[in-house]
Design a protein around this ligand. Sequence first.
Ligand SMILES: [Zn+2]
Length: 148
Amino acid sequence: MNCPRCKKPDTSVIDSRVTDEGRAIRRRRECEKCEHRFTTFERQELSSFIVVKRDGTREPYTREKLERGIWLACTKRPVTQDQIDKLLTKLEEKWTASRGEVESMTLGTDVMKELKKIDKVAYIRFASVHREFKDVEEFKEELGKLFH
Ligand SMILES: [Zn+2]
């Protein structure tokens, strides 16, 4: 594994732990040349599926992309990487089981439901960005619940 900073191939593992309920290994690595430290993940490959977007186009599902969207909603919220990992792993099992294709709307709605259990503010943010509320009234209702 090359160092992301100086590109030298000599990096050593300084810490290694199993995470995501045994589905992934997180490794802390250190470059032997510049001492830069970075993290790598080794993860079980889930049989992938296709996401059907609103405009009808299709693309392979990538966890990274969805995770980025979730983290945007979780900015400055007390949400941990572990919680997001668990959320995604749980949902990916469901989506993969559906075999073949999953609509992007379904991804959004499922993430929303799970996020709601973790952090209400992140949930509202995610929902508003993805415009998953049926109408403005529903959105206001959720906001109302949040601030009462
Ligand atoms: Zn280096």
